[in-house]
Ligand binder design. Structure first.
Ligand code: ARG
Ligand code: ASP
Length: 714
C-alpha cells in the first residue's frame, strides 16, 4: 500500500513537470523559462532560440499568410506548413481539369512552382518591450478618449522611430490587456510559391470527421518556397526573383521520438483568453457558443448536400466548408471541456480569493475594489446584445456569399465623398470579383440565405430587430421568394455586376436600393450599426477596461508567480513533452499513430477515410525506406503536452537539440478548451511526424529531389 501511495505521488509530481501551461515570449525566455526547459531536457540555450545579433531558430520561422506558421527547411527558402494552411492557395489553383485538391500537386522543378498573389510570409527581426514609451505622459485622472489618443500617438512615434527599411513592418501590440507593450519588427516576403501538396486523401485524411480529434492520421503538410530579389531582400513577384537564402533553417531529425522526450513548439499562436471572469465563461458556454454552433450547423447541412450532389460545387466550397466547420466543431469541444472542468465554478472560486485579497488592504480596495462589480454590471447588460452580435456575425455578415459581396458595395457607397478611398475600394472589389464567382454557386447561396435569416429572426430579441422586416418575415424565410429576388438582383450575376462596377457612380449606388437583395442587406445592417453596435462597442470597451484593471491586480497579487500573457498572434515558445493521455476512465491514448492505423481506417464508403491506392501498395510492400521507426512501423502523427492554439498550425515541433521532429496542426478533442482553461492532464497538441512528410514526398510523390536541399539527421 505504502509503495502504491509513493508511486502515485511520484506519478503526480512527474505529471506536473510534464505539461507546462503557457505561451512564452522568446525575448524573455532567459528570465522565465530556460532553466525549466533545460530541466525538462532541452539541450540548447535561450540565445539558440531567440537572438537579435546572431542567427537563431526564430530566423527560420514565419507568420504564414494571416494566421498560420511555417518554417524554413532548406538554404533555398523551402518552407513547410500545414496542408490546411496552404489549402486556400491549393484550392485557388484547382479546377475540374487540374484538381490539385484531389490529386495533389508537385512542382518537378523550380519553374513549375506556382505563384500565389496576395500570400506573404513574415520573419520576426526583433521584438522589444516598449511599455514605458507607450505609456509616457499618462496621468491618473485622464479621460478615456484622452488616454486613447495619447497611447495611439505614442505608438505612432515608436513605429516611426523603428522605420527605415521599406520592406520592414513594425507592429506595436498590447500584452496582458495593455499592462505591457511590445514592438515587433518583421521582414515581409511577398513572392511565395507553391511547391508541393499531397492529395486531400492524405493531406486532409480524416477530414472534418477527425478534425480536433486524437488519434489522427492526417498528412497535414504542404510545401512552399520563399523568393527574394537578387540582393536576397524581399521583393514583389518577378520571374527573375531567386530562392531566398535564410539566416537559418531547421535540420530535420529522422531518428525518432519517444514518450517523455522534451518538445517545444515555436510559432504564432493567435489568441487565448486565460484570464476571463466567471461571467464571461458563463456567457460563452450558455449563449455565445451554442448560437454560433447552431447557425453553422444549418449552413454546413446545406453545404454538405450541395457539395455531395455536384463535383463542381464540391471544389468551389471545399475551403469555405473547412473554415466554417473548423470553429463549429471547436466551439462544441470547448463548451464540453469547460463544463467538464467546472470552469465557471473554478473562476468563481478564484474571484472569491481575489475579493479576499483586495479587502485585506485599503489601498487595494481603492484601486481594485470595483472590478468584480463592474464585470457584473456590464456582463448583465451584454447578455442579449451578445446574442444579437453573434447571430448578426454568423447569419448576416458571414452567412450567404451574396451578402458578403453586397457588404463591399455598401462600404463603397459610404465612401462616395472620399475619392481616394472610393477608388481603392472599387479596385479591391474588381480584384475579388473573379475569385468570388469562381467559387460561387447561386442555388447553394439561395438556400443558405433564408435558412439563416430564419434563425436570426428566431433567436434575436425582436426589440433588436428592424421593425420593417419583422412584418415581412414570412417572405424573407421563404426560399421561393428568395430565389425570385436573387434572379432579379445584379449581385448574383457576374456579368451584370462587373459592368455595374466599371461605370459605378454615386447615383448608381443610390439606385441599388431598388435591388431587393441589396436593400434587404442594408436594412438589416444599417439597423444593426445604428442600434446594436454602439451598445456592443460601449460594453466591450468597459469590459476591456475592467479586464485591464483585473489583470493589473492579478499581476500584483501573484507577483512571485510567472504569468503567461495571452496569445496575440506574435511569436511564442511553448514547451512540454511527448506524451499520450487518458481521455476517459480506463482508456489511455498512445502518443503516436502509424500507417497501419490509417489503412485500418480505410472505408470506400466514407469520403474522409479513403486511402489512396498507391499508399496501400507502399504499405503492403512495407516500403518505408529510412522513414520507419525502430519497430518497423511508419509513424504518421504524435501528440504532446505543448500549450498551443489557432495560429500554431504549421509551427515547428522541435526536439531537445533544436531539430525539427514534426509540424504542429491541431489539438485533441478533450483539450479544445485550452484557450480559456488549460488542463495539463488532457490538453495535447497534435503534430505530423516529419518522417511521414518526407516519406510522402519521397516514396509517394516521387519528389525526392526536394530532400537534397534539406539537412537530414539520421
Ligand atoms: N483544427 C485544426 C485547426 O484549427 C485544423 C483545421 C483544418 N482541418 C479541417 N478539417 N477543417 O486549424
Ligand atoms: N489547427 C489550429 C491552427 O490552424 C491549431 C490549433 O487550434 O490547435 O492553427
Amino acid at each position: 500500500m505504502k509503495r502504491i501511495f509513493f508511486t502515485l505521488i511520484c506519478l503526480m509530481l512527474f505529471k506536473t513537470i510534464f505539461a507546462v501551461e503557457g505561451m512564452w515570449i522568446p525575448a524573455l525566455l532567459k528570465k522565465f523559462n530556460i532553466e525549466e526547459m533545460q530541466k525538462m531536457g532541452f539541450k540548447l540555450t535561450a540565445e539558440d532560440i531567440y537572438d537579435v545579433n546572431h542567427a537563431s531558430m526564430k530566423d527560420a520561422i514565419v507568420l504564414f499568410g494571416s494566421g498560420c506558421t511555417g518554417e524554413v527547411i532548406s538554404n533555398d527558402g523551402l518552407l513547410i506548413t500545414n496542408h490546411h494552411c496552404g489549402f486556400g492557395q491549393i484550392q485557388k489553383h484547382s479546377t475540374l481539369a487540374h484538381d490539385y485538391l484531389t490529386d495533389g500537386f508537385w512542382a518537378k522543378n523550380r519553374s513549375e512552382e506556382l505563384v500565389n498573389p496576395g500570400l506573404s510570409v513574415q520573419f520576426l527581426i526583433k521584438m522589444e518591450e516598449v511599455t514605458r514609451e507607450v505609456t509616457k505622459g499618462i496621468k491618473e485622472d485622464m479621460k478615456e478618449d484622452e488616454l486613447k489618443t495619447l497611447i495611439a500617438s505614442n505608438i505612432d512615434a515608436i513605429k516611426k522611430s523603428y522605420a527605415g527599411k521599406s520592406d520592414y513592418k513594425v507592429d506595436v501590440k498590447p500584452l496582458l490587456y495593455g499592462n505591457q507593450y511590445f514592438a515587433y519588427i518583421y521582414e515581409v516576403f511577398r513572392d511565395v510559391r507553391l511547391v508541393g501538396a499531397p492529395p486531400a486523401s492524405i493531406g486532409k485524411f480524416g477530414g472534418d470527421t477527425d478534425n480536433w480529434v486524437w488519434p489522427r492520421h492526417t498528412g497535414d503538410f504542404s510545401l512552399f518556397r520563399i523568393y527574394a530579389g537578387k540582393d536576397n531582400k524581399s521583393a514583389s513577384y518577378s520571374p527573375n526573383n531567386q530562392p531566398y537564402h535564410p539566416k537559418k533553417f531547421f535540420p530535420i531529425n529522422l531518428t525518432g521520438i519517444r514518450e517523455g522526450d522534451f518538445t517545444m513548439v515555436f510559432g504564432f499562436p493567435g489568441s487565448t483568453q486565460e484570464y476571463l471572469p466567471s461571467l464571461a465563461v458563463r456567457l460563452l458556454i450558455e449563449k455565445s457558443n451554442p448560437n454560433k454552433v447552431d447557425a453553422r450547423t444549418i449552413k454546413l447541412g446545406i453545404l454538405e448536400k450541395q457539395m455531395a450532389a455536384d463535383p463542381k460545387v464540391r471544389i468551389q466550397y471545399a475551403s469555405k466548408y473547412a473554415g466554417v466547420s473548423n470553429s463549429w466543431k471547436k466551439w462544441q469541444g470547448e463548451t464540453k471541456g469547460l463544463v467538464r472542468l467546472h470552469a465557471i465554478e473554478k473562476k468563481e472560486q478564484q474571484e472569491l480569493e481575489f475579493s479576499k485579497w483586495v479587502s485585506q488592504d485599503t489601498q487595494r480596495e481603492k484601486k481594485y475594489g470595483t472590478i468584480l462589480e463592474n464585470f457584473k454590471k456590464n456582463y448583465a447588460e451584454l447578455s442579449d446584445i451578445q446574442i444579437a452580435y453573434d447571430l448578426y456575425n454568423e447569419t448576416i455578415l458571414r452567412g450567404s456569399d451574396v451578402f458578403g459581396l453586397i457588404a463591399r458595395f455598401d462600404q463603397l457607397a459610404q465612401l462616395v465623398n472620399d475619392t481616394i478611398k472610393f477608388n481603392r475600394q472599387k479596385k479591391t472589389i474588381a480584384e475579388v470579383l473573379p475569385g468570388f464567382f469562381k467559387d460561387y454557386d447561386g442555388p447553394t447561396d439561395q438556400l443558405i440565405l433564408p435558412a439563416l435569416l430564419k434563425l436570426y429572426f428566431e433567436r434575436v430579441d425582436p426589440k433588436h430587430l428592424p421593425e420593417k422586416l419583422i412584418s415581412r418575415k414570412s417572405d424573407l424565410i421563404n426560399s421561393t421568394w428568395v430565389q425570385k429576388i436573387y434572379k432579379k438582383s445584379v449581385f448574383a450575376d457576374s456579368l451584370k455586376i462587373r459592368s455595374l462596377l466599371s461605370g459605378i457612380s454615386a447615383k448608381k449606388l443610390k439606385k441599388l436600393q431598388k435591388d431587393e437583395l441589396y436593400s434587404l442587406y442594408t436594412t438589416i445592417s444599417d439597423y444593426y450599426i445604428k442600434n446594436i453596435d454602439p451598445t456592443f462597442q460601449r460594453l466591450s470597451q468597459e469590459i476591456l477596461k475592467t479586464q485591464k484593471a483585473y489583470m493589473a491586480a492579478i499581476l500584483e497579487m501573484k507577483q512571485d508567480q510567472r504569468l503567461m500573457a495571452d496569445a496575440n498572434l506574435t511569436l511564442r515558445v511553448t514547451y512540454g513533452k511527448i506524451e499520450g493521455y487518458e481521455p476517459m476512465d480506463g482508456v489511455y491514448y498512445q502518443y503516436y499513430t502509424t500507417l497501419k492505423g490509417m489503412i485500418n481506417k480505410h472505408n470506400p464508403n466514407i469520403a474522409d477515410y479513403v486511402v489512396p491506392e498507391k499508399l496501400k501498395q507502399l504499405y503492403q510492400a512495407r516500403d518505408y525506406g529510412i522513414y520507419k521507426n525502430p519497430a518497423g512501423e511508419l509513424p504518421i502523427a504524435f501528440c504532446a503536452s505543448n500549450h498551443t492554439t489557432g495560429g500554431n498550425s504549421g509551427s515547428p515541433v522541435i526536439n531537445a537539440n533544436g531539430e525539427l521532429i514534426g509540424v504542429n496542426f491541431d489539438r485533441c478533442w478533450e483539450g479544445t478548451m485550452s484557450d480559456v482553461l488549460f488542463d495539463p492532464e488532457r490538453c495535447r497538441n497534435i503534430a505530423l511526424d516529419i518522417r511521414y512528410a518526407l516519406f510522402i514526398i519521397d516514396k509517394y510523390a516521387g519528389a525526392g529531389y526536394l530532400l537534397k536541399e534539406m539537412n537530414l539527421i539520421r
